[in-house]
Design a protein around this ligand. Structure first.
Ligand code: FES
Length: 130
């Protein structure tokens, strides 16, 4: 099973668990204000290690990378990532550092919208029509 480390806490997580859910299961109150639909970006994480090399189209476009000159990015959307290998992340928006009364509606076990994963080169071509 992959090991997830978030904000300094580590645990083994079931493979294919959505990252946002795995973070919450570790006791970190990460946001998921849109219910894991790639709309709100409150599930954002920065990767210290193990950043996936694939993207969903929804994540890529939500982060504006389809319109950017560069594929550089400050964070990823944990609702659009599954735990397939070891990862070290920081949850950037949590109940404790935002003025929320809750973290958002429960997320479904499967990535939504229904996901296909693309490599950086593939997604750039697919989304930008390159
Ligand atoms: S973008 Fe809203 S939970 Fe991920």
């Amino acid at each position: 099973m992959p090991t997830l480390t978030v904000n300094g806490q580590s645990a083994e997580v079931a493979e294919e668990t959505r990252l946002v859910q795995a973070i919450e299961d570790l006791g970190v109150s990460i946001g998921h204000r849109c219910g894991g639909q790639a709309r709100c970006t409150t599930c954002r994480v920065s990767f210290l290690a193990g950043e996936p090399e694939t993207w969903t189209k929804a994540e890529f476009t939500k982060l504006g990378l389809d319109k950017a000159d560069t594929l550089a990015h400050d964070y990823r959307l944990s609702c659009q990532i599954v735990c397939a290998h070891d990862m070290v992340v920081e949850a950037l928006m949590t109940l404790e550092n935002q003025s929320w009364t809750d973290t958002g509606p429960a997320v479904s076990p499967q990535v939504q919208p229904e996901a296909q994963w693309y490599t950086r080169d593939e997604i750039a071509r697919v989304v930008r029509g390159e």
